[in-house]
Design a protein around this ligand. Structure first.
Ligand code: SF4
Length: 442
């Protein structure tokens, strides 16, 4: 069959990623000041990669002998395709719905895939799509349905067979590269791809986090040899040198992590790696091995400097001083850290956020990200906030604006505090000194 995978975006001046935030997506709309506009520009010019689950779907379809094309807008030769797969997200939701309606008016069969459509299928179904509930690569594994069988599928497709992640096909990166070269310039100018070594996160912050909605709370590990082969093939065939690991918590299983890192070191494959992890799972020995394997950048969630604010959101973290110690160690051995903070957690207020900002300046990591607490539909947090949601469009769930009636902040206050936080962080003399020193020494 000829299949089109469609990944549509609204026309905006900030970068949108459907891969991040557990596949719901984020939209880096940092604010309206000159400084935050500058940050928006840097990020949109530096990062662009597709949602990994869609690349995995393409891999499954190709491996089942289908022809697959990937596009970011409806192509002129739409009639050539037997069906269309639309990649869902919260950050492009209204654009996706409009696209599905256009496709439907041209009598296309449409599937909507991804964690957002899984948790919120109704709008997609009403627009004319069939929604695959769950991990779509499992549904498309060895896909051999006839046109008639596809037509007879219900609007909500679930209860299909799921398999071990190690039995899945290699992701279909060649198809993406025919369309554009993914980039992640924080690791360098070479082609970059997202990849994973595990799926699932069992931690208690699932209260507000969407990763467990996408991947479940049970940890599933990829075989280290399969992972290494994937990396070697991507480097050989597509010149990929930069790998962005999208595991919710990369080092969650220490034995598995060490095995992977040792395999990468032994293979002598020269790559640049970015991971996201929890500081609880990193010690000095592991940090040195990460560095040896090519890890150049680590994302860590700090969320808030105030214990009571973190506890209220079920977030378990290291002591503040220990977090600083660990980040200093990582940066000291040459791994850059992006520390991520959340403004407007349920019990956050102006005083506690100001403590968080002061703490962030003390941490002084290479990068800091300040986002806004967002109760996402599908998470337990949403049940508490659904009657307080203030925005009308899902595309406003950018993760950088207040979407609900917060007891301690107005929307305008959040916008202002967020812009100030970026400015105060990146124009802090201590950070500027560190940045200039690294530039001079590199
Ligand atoms: S550690 Fe918490 S925030 Fe991070 S992926 Fe797991 S549940 Fe989400």
């Amino acid at each position: 069959m000829n299949i089109l995978v469609l990944d549509v975006y609204p026309d905006v001046d900030y970068r949108i990623s459907k891969d991040q935030n557990g596949g719901y997506g984020t939209a880096n709309n940092y604010g309206r000041t000159i400084f935050t506009k500058f940050l928006k520009l840097i990020v949109s010019k530096s990062i662009d990669f597709p949602p990994l689950f869609s690349v995995q779907v393409i891999g499954e379809l190709k491996n089942s002998d289908h022809e697959v094309k990937f596009a970011k807008e409806i192509p002129k030769n739409l009639e050539n395709f037997d069906f269309v797969i639309v990649i869902s997200s919260i950050v492009c939701h209204e654009t996706e719905i409009k696209t599905i309606e256009i496709l439907k008016s041209q009598n296309k069969i449409i599937f909507a895939i991804g964690p957002f459509a899984t948790s919120n299928p109704d709008n997609y179904i009403n627009a004319g799509a069939k929604v695959i509930i769950g991990e779509p690569e499992m549904f498309f594994h060895k896909f051999s349905l006839t046109f008639d069988e596809i037509n007879k599928l219900p609007n909500k497709i679930n209860n299909f067979k799921t398999i071990d992640i190690n039995e899945l096909s290699d992701p279909g990166w060649e198809t993406i590269f025919e369309n554009y070269t993914p980039k992640f310039k924080f690791l360098g100018n070479n082609p970059s791809v997202n990849i994973n070594a595990s799926r699932g996160c069992p931690y208690s912050c699932f209260y507000y986090c969407v990763y467990p909605l996408q991947q479940g709370r049970k940890l599933r590990l990829k075989n280290p040899d399969k992972l290494l082969n994937e990396m070697i093939n991507l480097k050989k065939k597509l010149g990929v040198k930069n790998f962005i690991f999208r595991d919710p918590v990369f080092s969650i299983n220490k034995k598995h992590t060490i095995e992977i890192l040792n395999k990468i070191v032994e293979s002598k494959i020269k790559v640049n790696i970015c991971i996201e992890t929890h500081l609880k799972n990193i010690d000095d020995e592991l940090a040195k091995l990460l560095k040896k394997a090519g890890v150049k950048l680590i994302y860590v969630g700090i969320e808030s400097a105030v214990e009571e604010v973190r506890n209220n959101s079920n977030r378990q973290s290291e002591e503040n001083d220990l977090q600083i110690q660990k980040i200093n160690f990582l940066e000291g051995i040459g791994i850059k850290v992006k520390a991520m903070y959340i403004l407007g957690l349920p019990t956050d207020n102006k005083r506690t956020f100001s403590e968080t900002l002061e703490y962030a300046k003390k941490v002084n990591s290479s990068y800091a990200q300040f986002s806004v607490f967002t109760p996402y539909p599908g998470t337990p947090a949403f049940l508490e906030y659904k009657d307080k949601i203030k925005v009308k469009r899902y595309e406003d769930f950018t993760q950088w604006q207040l979407v609900f009636d917060h007891p301690n902040f107005t929307k305008d206050e959040i916008d202002q505090i967020l812009s100030d936080a970026y400015q105060k962080y990146y124009l802090n003399p201590k950070w500027l000194f560190k940045y200039l020193k690294k530039k001079i020494l590199s």
